[in-house]
Design a protein around this ligand. Sequence first.
Ligand code: 5GP
Length: 205
Amino acid sequence: MSQGAILVLSGPSGAGKSTIISAASGQIGEYYFSISTTTRSPREGEVDGRDYFFVSKESFEEDIKAGNFLEYAQVHGNYYGTSLKPVREALDAGKLVIFDIDVQGHRLVRAKLNDITTSAFITPPTLGVLKSRLHARETDDASVIAKRIENAKGEIMALGEYDFTIINDSVEEATRRFVIIANAARLKQSHALQEEFVKQWLALD
Ligand code: 5GP
């Protein structure tokens, strides 16, 4: 029986999540990176359908009504959500599904799919380092950066809800740890699969 697993990554914008995922991509087997839908505007260099599906507030709210999201949340005043259908297909195909979602999204995924979920919180070593990274990125204006910093202060309080913490001090070391966590996440089995195994184990005496 083929069955996938979920790896939730959270952490402040500017923690280096996407850099780590790309650096690790050749070392974690077949995976599906869940592309979220958002109502925020694209940043420079972001591509619709690759980084996010960028949609209007109206269209997002229609999808909520239609029950199309596995989870969604409001972050920094915009909607962000994970569409159910591609995730279900990837799980049915036995893939590791990686989410980059916030702490609210993590809670919702845990509530629905706890037994196949592993989670890691990725963060720069200190608030000060986060601030300088966000300023250096020059993709957001000062008020957006201020919002992200306030949000990060709230998010770090949820660190204890995660299985692992990845401190992104050096990208190489953070990637090395991420690869170990992703490969372990893939091996996590659902209760249904475990029960089936027990039945077969007992039957073959
Ligand atoms: P950014 O605007 O920097 O791309 O993302 C802002 C925050 O939204 C990040 O913490 C990111 O993890 C979170 N986020 C992105 N996509 C989703 C999603 O589909 N659901 C939830 N709950 N959070 C998301």
